[in-house]
Design a protein around this ligand. Sequence first.
Ligand SMILES: Nc1ncnc2c1ncn2[C@@H]1O[C@H](COP(=O)(O)OP(=O)(O)OP(=O)(O)O)[C@@H](O)[C@H]1O
Ligand SMILES: [Mg+2]
Length: 282
Amino acid sequence: MPDQLETLKQVVSAKNFEIIIVASGKGGVGKSVIAANFAVALAKNQKSVLLFDADVGFANADILLGLTTKNTLRDYLVGKMELKDVLYPTSYGIWLLSSGTDVGDLIAFRSESKLRLMDDFMKIVVDMDYAVVDTGAGFTEELLSFYEAADKLFMITTPEPTALINVYTLAKMLATKGIFPELYLIMNQSRNTSKDTQVLERFSYVLEKFAGWTIAEKLIVREDAGVSASVLKQIPFIETQKHSQPAQAIQRLSKMVLKSQSYEDMEPDGFFVKFKKLFGIK
Ligand SMILES: Nc1ncnc2c1ncn2[C@@H]1O[C@H](COP(=O)(O)OP(=O)(O)OP(=O)(O)O)[C@@H](O)[C@H]1O
Ligand SMILES: [Mg+2]
């Protein structure tokens, strides 16, 4: 291993850098909206945050933030650009990186390209506190390592039975592989919070009892016209609708995350191993 990489490894290891993966079983449940607003909420708490849009099919984090990102991680991986040139600053204090390629494809990339990526990625995250990763819906076997890299997993569902069942399937699949990041269960687009609170309680019980998970936090985000309006305006609702329930719920979520420290007893090599998993390096 080159010396420079060894030094970086030590620097990054000394840091409290966390990877938060935002996932769901079903599409259209609010992953991207929550990921973008949550990243902005962390930045408002003086954290340096990378929002990684890994949903190639419907990559839209840039649209939600009112940006145009011409270049993606793919341009870097094929050798067309430097990593810093595909990383976009935003006016909300977060950095945006779009994958531009399916995570499965990213994992299939040549290992030399990925070792270079890991080296360059570590140079970037040396100055950062969190990576919030917005994923596509569902799950395939090749994404396992990606989930394994997560310190925290936000599972987004709606109150609908189909969304809940798909989250259960994803949770069960991860459990079967022994992958248990710290779990935050988020029920979005709730129209009847007292009824949905009961559903969320019962669902959490099922996840804990039958899928072996421990749920760190549960949260309800209401359906709110301000959220869809903010999507149309391309401004995060956390900026424009500060007093709405969704904005307050996301602020609460950011406080919960800031308070928890899942990396406390990480081994010295933990960060290195984590990035290897994120990029599927064997
Ligand atoms: N709490 C909410 N209140 C009102 N509308 C919402 C809420 N959450 C999400 N939406 C609406 O749902 C749409 C889809 O959300 P989003 O794109 O974040 O879903 P997704 O899970 O990322 O979808 P995909 O699986 O396609 O990536 C948003 O454009 C927004 O209009
Ligand atoms: Mg999305």
